[in-house]
Design a protein. Structure first.
Length: 182
């Protein structure tokens, strides 16, 4: 099961990175219910094994592209995010908070990220450039203001529903505005 989940996540993340045209230094937010991935109800049966596979797939997809992961914690930590400290150097406005996500308060994927990241920190919120939502965990609060749904080829990770989004700058102006270079 772990290898299949890792491959599913890697493929989905790579497809989203390509469609969203993510660049080095940009942020991919990921919310995940490992309970949903293994066929249970969100928040009831977190799986460290599934979390490890999901994180491995994500890291494989973004590592060479130098895209930052922001792993969303569960509602018990107000959906704070686990990120690499290096992200704070690029985005100094991000607010670091003091908490250590564990499987029972933070979620299995956030706990896995805390263990696997080089120098993990937790931040209160972010405005990511794209996002993956595995198991309908509600990542919208962590996307930039204009989120655009992306329909990926893969619609599930394990037993969990998969949703994706990219973002774009706001379109401003009126009927005379031009949105692409003439």
């Amino acid at each position: 099961m772990s290898e299949a989940i890792e491959a599913q996540v890697r493929d989905a993340a790579e497809e989203l990175c390509r469609i969203a045209a993510l660049q080095a230094g940009q942020i991919l937010v990921v919310g995940c219910s490992t309970s949903e991935v293994i066929g249970r109800v969100i928040g009831t049966s977190g799986s460290a094994e599934a979390a490890q596979a999901i994180l491995a797939g994500l890291q494989s997809a973004v590592r060479e592209k130098n895209i930052f992961l922001a792993i969303q914690c569960c509602e018990h930590l107000n959906r704070a995010l686990v990120v690499e400290r290096a992200l704070l150097q690029i985005y100094p406005h991000l607010e670091e908070v003091t908490v250590y996500p564990v499987a029972q308060a933070g979620g299995a994927l956030a706990a896995a990220a805390m263990a696997a990241f080089v120098e993990p920190v937790v931040i209160a919120q972010v405005q990511a450039h794209a996002g993956l939502d595995i198991g309908e965990t509600m990542i919208g609060m962590h996307l930039r203001p204009v989120a655009v749904p992306v329909r990926l080829q893969r619609r599930q990770i394990g037993q969990a529903r998969l949703n994706a989004a990219r973002t774009r700058p706001k379109l401003i102006g009126g009927e005379r505005a031009c949105y692409s270079r003439p």
